[in-house]
Design a protein around this ligand. Structure first.
Ligand SMILES: Nc1ncnc2c1ncn2[C@@H]1O[C@H](COP(=O)(O)OP(=O)(O)OP(=O)(O)O)[C@@H](O)[C@H]1O
Length: 929
């Protein structure tokens, strides 16, 4: 950083008092420099001239070498003189001493001419070497141990002195040289200087060196005085670092001035030298003259010390002022710097804010850039898709264009055709306009007529409406009466139906026996040697079997279904019509058992399958209006083992790879009597909601039922199948809950071993079948004979049917026989079995009332007979029983509930009947027995 531009000092610092004095004198006597030189002024120059003349005379006398020697001698002599009389030379001034050298110089024109020539050459040399001389002199002075200020002052003084002496040396010719400077420079070249240059220069140097020594001594005392002053100042100046800088600054200034002097032109140099001489002379005058002389000269004398003191004080004041100004300046600078610093800080903060904003915006921009990159990728994809779409569209467009052109062509054709049509239409229109006008007129007339007609019609309609309203009113009134009558009729009907149902059930109960029907399967193919016939007559339910034409065996059954004359219709619906009233009584809470018995291939399975389907459909359709739950179990008795036909074969631990038939590894179910002596089988029971589900279960169960092909039947059933449908019904009308059970049993066919030709497993199966059927026959015989012991436990079949056969169930046996003489013996056995069964007296059938609707139980017998429940009756008798597990458990639960909660008052119907609610009582039957 460059030093601050200090304000220039009013005076150069560190100058000795001599310089200041001379300077003041120079200022004071500046007017004198412009006028000619006085004799006193040229005293120094006189000395130089004398020296010069001596040198020139010596040169002329003894040549150049001698000149040099003499010059040295002269210089030495002069030195010695100066040593001996320094103050006389420098400090004494006597104007009267000697003549004026300029006047004497001027007087001699010859000498002037030659001198001028010499001066010209010397002048050139001197000027060329002047700056180097000054430098040498400065170096010389600097090499001494004097203080810097003194040296500087001495240097200036010395330079002035040198200048002065040079002027003195050149003085006489200065005015003449004047404007001829250039001319002189041009005319005087190196040739003019010639080989004397070096010698001359060295002489001059020596001369000036000598002069320097002289002046050094001459100014010694003054220098000492000045040193004291300078010492004071230096002490002050040393206190401040700033002052030293100023000194350096001033010194540099001086150096610059010196350089300026060095670079001056001839005229300037001469002028300054001349001025310097005057100043020097003035200073010397001041130094040597007394106050009176100075006053005489018009100069106000100032004592040297006072001057120095005042000047020093003034200088110090100036310095102080300068320092203060500098301080103020610096303070201002500092304030400015601080302000600038604050501005910079604010700027930096602003920049930081800007930077953070820029960083944020940069991040935002980067994020946007990333997003834009992603968007770019997406857009590229879209662009690709769009291009593809565009291609497709172009293709489409092309096709559309094509079709468009075609359409346009077609359109043109159509337009032409349309125009033709329009033209024709116009013609037609024109042609038909007249009739149209006529038609319009007619239409107008007819509209008027229609209006009148409409009014008439409205009036008529209103009239009719009134009549209709009256009629409707009357009709409604009549309808209300009819509705009321219908309600009454309905009540009557229900009462009647109830009564009829009661009578029907009573009739069935009164029959008391097992209902036995027979079905004769027609022979298919082959020659028929008929031995069966149906006895004609009122009842027509007697089968006559003529074995050997010796007289027919007659067997009377409740119904005989056959294609033979005098028999009931053998259609499935014809049979079902007879069976359904009994079967559907399960919905009324009765236990019902329908089973088919007969020889193999006689159509048992065929019949039971049809009956099952019809009964189930009817069962579910007739239970509408009742809250009911229906569940199904399906089991078979194969080789005297009970198996579940509703089980999943996959649950058999892989023992069967398919819905296998007759697999001996199928687990059998336990059949046992509980504590109440009731039969229990742990079979699967499936809740169902429609007849189709039952059919589906039967189909699936039949698939795994044990059936095999025999000589007598291609699909012979090798097991007895028991389908048990349990119905739990809430009869809201009666306010009772019933639980009935319908057992549909398809027995395996009896067969003679001689005819079936079975062996192995089939033989074993046949034996088990025949054994079980024989056990059933024994039970029937025992029941028919009303024996005390009924051998139910002889087989699983009789065990399972014991509830049906021994209790209060309704039982129907379908005896199936085949026509044909070859079947006669088996038919006879079958019919005999049926006849035996028909003699069996069962106990009175009882409803299984398990509770009341809403938790109550009891109620009298009732019957809401649907169409399907009509007809048929069955005599019931014997002891009750045959309820399912769930039925029994439900009854047990009801008993417990009754024990805990006393029964509420009976329902309205029960109350009106006056009978206490009856619950199926096995104990009662047992007691009866
Ligand atoms: N009433 C009938 N009308 C026409 N075909 C019948 C009739 N009854 C049975 N069939 C046919 O006779 C064949 C044997 O009938 P089904 O299998 O029902 O006899 P089954 O008594 O069950 O014999 P098994 O005791 O060996 O099982 C079957 O093909 C069946 O279609």
């Amino acid at each position: 950083m460059p030093p601050p531009p200090f304000p220039p000092s009013p005076k150069p610092l560190g100058l000795p008092s001599s310089y200041l004095s001379s300077s003041l004198n120079h200022q004071h006597n500046s007017n004198r420099t412009t006028r000619g030189l006085s004799a006193e002024d040229l005293e120094g120059g006189d000395v130089m001239l004398r020296l010069y003349e001596s040198i020139r005379s010596e040169e002329r006398r003894s040549g150049r070498e001698a000149t040099k020697t003499s010059t040295r001698k002269l210089i030495n002599n002069e030195k010695n003189k100066n040593k001996n009389k320094p103050k006389q030379v420098n400090h004494t001034h006597n104007p009267s001493k000697g003549a004026n050298p300029i006047s004497s110089f001027t007087s001699s024109s010859k000498n002037q001419t030659s001198l001028l020539t010499d001066l010209k050459s010397s002048n050139i040399r001197l000027r060329a070497q002047l700056s180097s001389l000054l430098n040498l002199s400065a170096l010389f002075l600097k090499s001494s141990d004097k203080p810097l200020e003194v040296v500087k002052g001495d240097a200036i003084a010395f330079s002035s002195l040198l200048d002065d002496n040079v002027i003195k040396l050149l003085g006489p010719s200065a005015s003449n040289i004047g404007g001829d400077n250039n001319a002189l420079r041009g005319s005087a070249g190196t040739d003019l200087i010639g080989g004397d240059d070096n010698a001359c220069v060295s002489e001059v140097i020596n001369f000036f060196k000598g002069m320097g020594l002289v002046f050094e001594k001459e100014f010694g005392e003054r220098i000492e005085e000045c040193e004291e002053e300078g010492q004071k100042w230096r002490e002050q100046f040393e206190k401040s670092e700033r002052e030293r800088v100023m000194l350096i600054y001033d010194f540099k200034k001086l150096e610059e001035e010196l350089d300026q002097v060095r670079n001056r032109t001839n005229e300037e140099i001469l002028e300054s030298v001349y001025d310097g001489k005057l100043a020097l002379v003035g200073g010397e005058d001041y130094a040597v003259k007394d106050d009176a002389a100075l006053i005489a000269m018009g100069i106000q004398p100032i004592p040297t010390n006072a001057l120095a003191t005042n000047v020093g004080r003034t200088h110090v004041h100036h310095e102080m002022d300068a320092l203060r100004q500098q301080k103020i300046f610096l303070q201002k600078e500092v304030e400015e710097m601080r302000a600038a610093l604050r501005r910079k800080e604010a700027e930096v903060n602003a920049r930081e804010c800007d930077m953070s904003n820029i960083v944020d915006s940069l991040e935002e921009a980067q994020r946007k850039l990333l997003q834009s990159e992603k968007d770019k990728v997406v857009l590229k994809r879209k662009l690709i898709l769009a291009n593809e779409e565009k291609q497709k569209l172009k293709k489409k467009e092309y096709s559309y264009e094509k079709s468009g052109i075609e359409a346009m062509e077609l359109g043109d054709i159509a337009v032409r055709k349309a125009e033709d049509i329009l033209e024709k239409a116009y013609k037609v229109k024109v042609a038909k306009r007249r009739p149209l006008v006529r038609a319009k007129r007619l239409a107008e007339e007819s509209r008027r007529g229609v209006g009148e007609l409409g009014r008439h019609v409205k009036l008529e309609i209103n009239r009719c409406l009134h009549d209709v309203c009256d009629l409707v009113r009357e009709g409604l009134f009549a309808l209300g009466e009819e509705v009321q009558g219908a309600a009454e009729m309905r009540v009557k009907y229900r009462l009647e139906a109830q009564e009829r149902r009661k009578i029907f059930n009573k009739m069935l109960t009164m029959q008391g026996r097992m209902r036995v029907m027979a079905r004769i399967r027609p022979k298919q193919g082959g020659e028929l040697n008929q031995c069966i016939s149906i006895a004609p007559g009122g009842k027509g339910d007697t089968i006559m079997l003529d074995l050997d034409h010796n007289g027919a065996h007659k067997f009377r059954f409740d119904k005989v279904f056959s294609h033979l004359p005098n028999a009931h219709s053998d259609t499935e619906h014809g049979i079902a019509e007879q069976v359904l009233p009994l079967a559907l009584s399960a919905m009324d809470g009765y236990n019902v058992c329908v089973f088919a018995y007969g020889q193999t291939g006689s159509g048992k399975t065929h019949t039971m399958k049809a009956l099952t389907s019809i009964i189930c459909r009817k069962l579910f359709s007739s239970r509408e209006g009742f809250k009911s739950k229906v569940s199904v179990s399906y089991t078979e008795i194969y080789n005297n083992e009970v198996r579940d036909l509703l089980r999943n074969p996959k649950d058999d631990h892989g023992s069967r790879s398919e819905w296998g038939r007759g697999d001996n590894n199928i687990p059998s179910l336990d059949v046992r009597n509980n504590l109440d002596g009731e039969v229990e089988v742990n079979s699967i029971r499936v809740q169902i909601t429609c007849a189709e589900e039952v059919e589906d279960l039967v189909r699936r169960g039949t698939e795994i039922r044990s059936t095999f092909s025999t000589d007598l039947n291609k699909h012979s059933s090798r097991s007895h199948a028991l389908l048990t449908i349990t119905c739990e019904v809430e009869n809201e009308w009666a306010g009772l809950k019933y639980c009935g059970k319908l057992n549909l049993v398809d027995l395996a066919g009896s067969e003679r071993l001689s005819r079936s030709n079975t062996e192995g497993d089939r033989l074993k199966e046949t034996q088990f079948i025949n054994t079980s059927l024989a056990a059933l026959g024994n039970v029937m015989s025992a029941l028919a004979k009303e024996q005390a012991y009924i051998p139910y436990r002889d087989s699983k079949l009789t065990m399972l049917l014991s509830d049906c056969l021994s209790g209060n169930s309704k039982v129907l046996m379908m005896t199936c026989v085949k026509e044909g003489a070859e079947e006669a013996s088996e038919t006879l056995c079958t019919l005999q079995f049926g006849a035996r069964a028909k003699r069996v007296k069962l106990g009175e059938a009882k409803k299984n009332v398990v509770g009341k609707v809403g938790g109550e139980e009891g109620g009298e017998d009732w019957g809401v007979g649907g169409g399907s429940r009509e007809g048929g009756g069955m005599r019931s008798g014997g002891r009750g029983g045959g309820s399912s597990n769930s039925t029994r458990s439900a009854i047990r639960a009801d008993k417990k509930k009754k024990a805990n909660n006393p029964p509420p008052p009976p329902t309205v119907l029960a109350a009106t009947s006056g009978k206490p609610p009856s619950i199926r009582g096995k104990s009662k039957s047992k007691e009866k027995k």
